[in-house]
Design a protein around this ligand. Sequence first.
Ligand code: T3D
Length: 262
Amino acid sequence: TSQTVLAAVESGVLKLTLNRTDKLNSFNEEMHQALRAQLDRAHQDVAIRALLLTGAGRGFCAGQDLGDRDPRKGGDKPDLGRTLDSYYNPTIRLIRSLNKPVICAVNGVAAGAGANIALACDIVIAARSARFIQAFSKIGLVPDAGGSWSLPRLIGEARAKALALTAEPLSAETAADWGLIWQAVPDEDLMPQATALAGKLAAGPTLGLGLTKQLIQDAATSDLDSHLDRERDCQRAAGHSDDYAEGVTAFLEKRPAQFKGR
Ligand code: T3D
């Protein structure tokens, strides 16, 4: 198994750590494939009830490994559309379609596709020293890994355009103030807080949490009328779950609920 993504399961949380520290955890093909395999596993394994994504060393992820794109090495110009189709886009789709909470602990700089993979996660917590950089314009590219879709939705067109066109770094605290991420926390609190949050969500009513995630995502592209119908269908499904029965019983018995995730 590849060491480019470290994987460990604890208390229902699959923790994935991007691990190419000498390259600020930038993506080569091996790391793409390793992440993809772990995301597939998260989809299939019912014992995994939350995902925690972070980076090893001082950075979260610097996007594409530009060493693998060196024009000086000669050859044809690369087809970047193909690498998006093969790697970045499936990753974004797998994160967004996973019916389980995905927490991202941004431990340091998140640049290019690295920033936008973080933003595809459901709850993003960043260390105060972390920065978000839409680095693409510095090398003549457009935001990818869903960035040109997620940025305007999260922070509005004005801020999205300025970040993408200038490639200026955004501090974790400003990112939180703007609503780009959930929280900026002191560096030393990042992993304890992110781990606790992931553990709490993994012990939650997974079926309902997964439906909640999908509903909120779908809201971006649906009208109220059809969305009310979707909410009704999801609530019907949630109402049939064992966890709903347990949640109500626990409330009435004045005790903590013991959710099973179904
Ligand atoms: O190609 C396709 O498939 C299309 C998809 C594209 C998706 C993309 O993500 S495009 C954007 C690619 N990423 C970037 O342009 C960011 C490049 N990196 C940086 O601008 C800086 O490294 C940072 C601002 C992120 C961090 O700066 P700093 O000063 O904290 O660290 P550093 O010294 O620049 O980096 C540390 C090492 O990591 C350094 O190696 P060295 O000199 O110690 O041997 C640096 O070269 C390496 N590194 C950082 N980012 C990348 C990288 N090596 C290869 N690719 C990188 N993206």
